[in-house]
Design a binder for this molecule. Structure first.
Ligand code: HEC
Length: 473
């Protein structure tokens, strides 16, 4: 069902687009490619954390909370899904293109994956076994990548053929490392961390060269200009500032955000910088004198990821929505709110059913209740009761769940959250969560029982609530 889902309902267009994209790639790459990115890129089953454009800007990669990465191809109308890259065991935080039609991604699972984009398959992976990897950047020549880890280090991996080879770690921060930036010559790596420090390391030896700057708050994001002479950073206190990394002086304070700065992007021509924040604000600056060109407020929540096209006229931005949004910066077009469906994420709604509320808050970001909508992080729960654990065809279950060998009943579902997935199905990809309150558990299970019942057999007197909710989107 997982793989069949794109052929049905709202994914029909993406599936067609995907087939078309495959054709386009093999026959005439430029023939039907639209001049610009536009519209929305729909296909993820959860919030999107990162977005990046290929060098020629005909393709994009997005990393999502739904445990997947999508490779997109720009088309006459919108964009098509070329491949879904399935391999992470947790939300994917960041992704970057690499030369030779490859990509690299990192996730909450602490894994770094190397992908072949021709096939959409994993070429190599390293499981650090540590904390989450939050960001990844590729060297200009593509010979190595650096990942920011919440284990307080940055991980450097050389690319040897299609293998990731771990090089000396960049160590010494006193908190999670949030961001990295590689110098144009590839010799140095800047790191930024929760401890408020920005440091410069020697990439080859892993040695600390110097602390470049110390900020009073955690630093979330970095962007180094193409000439390497300016380092822009965004921090948890909303500061967005331009540094001279040689002198460690602030060259310019850009307008601050009212919430943490979460995303930064430079255009390929180097003339535009965009910053995005937890407050939903996106601002675009001219990098020659850092004056503000445009400012917008995303009405749909925080901006987690940003990409600018070559000349900075289009911004692709992502956040809590399931889709990638494209915004035309110049000529200026205001955010178009018409036809926006209510964002799925806050589908809690006004419901008197405590079980429905539990589901909306704690499960709906990863699970649907309908049969043909299965590509969130977890499998659809439609028809759950009576189903053997880990048995839905096509969904990429962990080995732990595939081999769990029990049937989902009111008792086993309740037990899953009484004791927690880590104890009931050790090794599962399910996030660790427990519902210790027995009443809450009972309400959730009762709701699931109704809402996952196959069509035509809702429980007496009850509409299949989850379904109705889903169809409204
Ligand atoms: C962050 C994402 C996420 C959240 C939130 C989440 N799940 Fe899951 N769930 C998963 C994943 C991923 C799997 C597949 C696990 C595996 O393969 O090991 C899964 C599997 C399951 C299964 C087993 C399904 C099967 O076919 O065997 C059940 C039941 C389930 N989840 C119920 C829930 C309920 C109920 C909630 C809310 C209380 C919830 N999940 C919240 C990601 C999530």
């Amino acid at each position: 069902m997982w793989r069949a889902a794109p052929l049905a309902g709202r994914f029909a267009r993406a599936a067609f687009a995907s087939a078309a994209a495959a054709l386009v790639v093999s026959q005439a790459p430029t023939a039907v490619v639209a001049a610009e990115w536009s519209g929305r890129l729909e296909g993820h089953g959860g919030p999107v954390k990162s977005i990046v454009l290929s060098r020629d800007e005909t393709r994009a990669l997005s990393a999502s909370f739904d445990y997947s990465v999508i490779l997109w191809q720009r088309q006459d109308q919108g964009a098509g899904v070329v491949h879904r890259l399935i391999g992470h065991d947790a939300p994917v935080n960041d992704v970057r293109f690499l030369p030779a039609d490859r990509a690299v991604s990192v996730g909450d699972d602490g894994a770094i994956l190397l992908w072949g984009l021709g096939t959409g398959q994993v070429l190599d992976r390293v499981d650090t076994g540590e904390e989450k990897l939050i960001q990844v950047r590729a060297a200009p020549d593509g010979n190595f990548v650096v990942a920011a880890s919440w284990d307080h280090t940055a991980r450097v991996f050389a690319l040897a053929g299609d293998r990731l080879v771990e090089a000396p770690r960049l160590e010494g921060h006193r908190g999670p490392v949030n961001a990295v930036a590689i110098t144009p010559d590839g010799a140095g790596v800047y790191t930024a961390a929760y401890d408020g420090g920005i440091r410069l390391f020697d990439r080859a030896t892993g040695g600390l060269l110097r602390e470049v700057y110390r900020h009073g708050w955690g630093v979330n994001v970095l962007a180094l200009t193409g000439d390497g002479r300016r380092l822009v950073f965004g921090a948890a206190d909303g500061t967005l500032a331009v540094l001279d990394p040689l002198s460690g002086e602030i060259v310019k304070q850009l307008a601050s955000h009212t919430r943490p700065v979460l995303a930064l992007a430079l255009s390929a021509d180097g003339r535009r910088l965009a910053g995005g924040g937890g407050d939903g604000a996106i601002r675009v600056y001219a990098t020659d004198d850092w004056h503000l060109l445009e400012a917008y407020d995303n009405p749909h929540g925080p901006v987690w990821g940003l990409a600018l096209n070559r000349d900075g006229r289009r911004a692709l931005h992502v956040g809590l929505d399931d889709h990638v949004s494209v915004w035309q910066v110049n000529p200026r077009v205001a955010f178009d709110d018409s036809g926006q469906s209510a964002p799925r994420r806050f589908q809690v709604g006004e419901t008197g059913d405590p079980g429905a509320r539990q589901f909306a808050r704690k499960c709906s970001v990863c699970h649907t209740l309908t049969p043909a909508d299965g590509n969130r992080a977890g499998p659809t729960l439609h028809g759950l009761f009576g189903r053997r654990a880990g048995s839905l065809p096509g969904y990429p279950y962990s080995k732990a769940l595939r081999e769990a060998g029990f049937i989902w009943t009111e008792e086993t579902v309740s037990d899953l959250f009484a004791r927690g997935p880590d104890l009931v199905t050790p090794g599962s990809k399910m996030p660790l969560q427990r519902l210790t309150d027995q009443e809450e558990r009972r309400a959730l299970v009762a709701y699931l029982k109704r809402a996952t019942a196959p069509k035509g057999m809702p429980a007496p007197g009850q509409p299949p609530a989850g379904q109705a909710e889903d169809e409204r989107r």
